[in-house]
Write a protein that binds this ligand. Structure first.
Ligand code: NDP
Length: 370
């Protein structure tokens, strides 16, 4: 009972957690506006316009890490502050997401813009419009909010992990499982920022409107649930056999190769449809769809790579509990749903070209299975 009461008390947002959240988002807004970086044009919108995305996330991340380390070294803050205030931060971020999504709903619904990224899609059903959002790419002070929130979520995931790692280190519980989990996630997040420009042609940016679902997903769900393995390893000691550690590493390498290369192939194809794929000119359907490389193996091989990667993040935790497997299970459900929605969108957009692609590449995600 006492533990439950303490947990509930820790869920009440404190001023410190609000300050941490505001400082973090303020820093990211400042970084997005001020730091140098390649400016990448986004996908062509239905009205023929293109948004421009400054891809300076990697620099913003390294600068923030340097600031945190300096702050901890100078004793202005504790290196474990994020892990120590985890529950308070969770509730503060949740309340903030509710607030932001309501503001987006009100501002979006009253917009008179004719641009396709800002024109409101209002169904009149408040819950639906608030949940899924009414505008495709709302901006604030020249910053694309969706791109910004995805960045905030991915970076927060790494920051939480590193703070939990510092806690593990201080508690003397760092072992091979902790090291593997931390390295895998750090590579995934740093890789995300290294290739941040690839994000501009993904579903979230080109097709999903910005409502509570995305705001909550990016700000709360990604950082706080994707880091479950780290928290779990803090409380549960795993004695991972060497062969299991090696197998986890192999799964990670395979997942990374498929995930990264598949996304890269599509991005390169969109920029230059004649660019070689695996050393050969690409097979293109109807001049629009790539059917070579990973995109000739299954229609969403990038999801397959991501799922293998997700599994590798959990394997270092062993098999004694299902809790560390939350992320791959969640991602499996999300990506099956996402693939269905993307399929419907592509079939509507590409019509008979999509039918031809499906005939040539019958597998949706898992070759010979699904
Ligand atoms: P995609 O990057 O696969 O984007 C889908 C779009 O790509 C389609 O709508 C279509 O858009 C275009 N496309 C599809 N097939 C082809 C083809 N054969 N040739 C050319 N263009 C094609 O999807 P996502 O944005 O969902 O995923 C991007 C990455 O992000 C994936 O690796 C995914 O696993 C990952 N992800 C991770 C999540 C997480 O929580 N960890 C959540 C969601 C995604 P167009 O109109 O431009 O042609």
């Amino acid at each position: 009972m006492e533990v439950e009461a303490a947990t509930l008390a820790a869920l009440v947002p404190s001023w410190n957690s609000v300050l941490l959240l505001v400082s973090y988002l303020g820093y990211l807004a400042f970084a997005a506006l001020v730091l140098p970086g390649k400016v990448v044009p986004g996908a062509v919108l239905t009205d023929g316009s293109r948004l421009r995305y400054p891809c300076n996330g990697l620099l913003a991340l390294f600068l923030l890490l340097a600031l945190i380390v300096t702050g901890a070294y100078m004793e202005w803050m504790s290196i474990t502050v994020i892990a120590d205030k985890g529950l308070e931060l969770l509730s503060s971020t949740f309340i903030f997401s509710l607030f932001v999504s309501l503001v987006l709903y009100v501002a979006g619904s009253s917009s008179r813009s004719q641009s396709s990224s800002l024109r409101p899609h209002v169904t009149g059903n408040f819950i639906h419009d608030w949940w899924f959002g009414v505008q495709l790419n709302p901006q604030f002070m020249g910053v694309d909010l969706k791109f910004f929130l995805i960045r905030a979520g991915m970076m927060a995931w790494l920051l939480i992990n590193l703070s939990v790692l510092a806690k593990s280190y201080l508690a003397g519980t760092v072992n091979i499982s902790v090291i593997l989990y931390q390295i895998f996630c750090a590579v995934y997040v740093i890789d995300y920022f290294y290739y941040e420009e690839f994000m501009t042609s993904t579903w979230d940016i080109i097709a999903e409107r910005l409502g509570f679902m995305l705001v909550f997903g990016d700000l709360v769900f990604v950082p706080f649930t994707f880091s479950i393995q780290g928290w779990w390893l803090l409380k549960n000691e795993v004695e991972l056999p060497k062969v299991a550690a090696a197998a986890s590493f192999l799964v990670f390498v395979i997942g990374y190769q498929v995930f990264r290369e598949a996304n890269k192939q599509k991005y390169v194809f969109k920029k230059n449809p004649k660019a070689d794929i695996w050393g050969k000119p690409p097979k293109v359907i109807g001049g629009k769809l790539l059917a070579s490389g990973y995109w000739g193996i299954s229609r969403h091989c990038n999801y397959l790579g991501d799922l293998i990667l997700a599994l590798s993040f959990s394997l270092p935790c062993g098999a004694s509990s299902v809790i560390p497997y939350f992320y791959p299970i969640y991602l499996f459900i999300l990506l099956i749903w996402r693939e269905r929605r993307d399929e419907a969108r592509c079939s509507q957009k590409y019509k008979e070209v999509w039918v031809e692609y499906c005939k040539l590449v019958p597998w949706r995600i898992f070759p010979y299975v699904y």
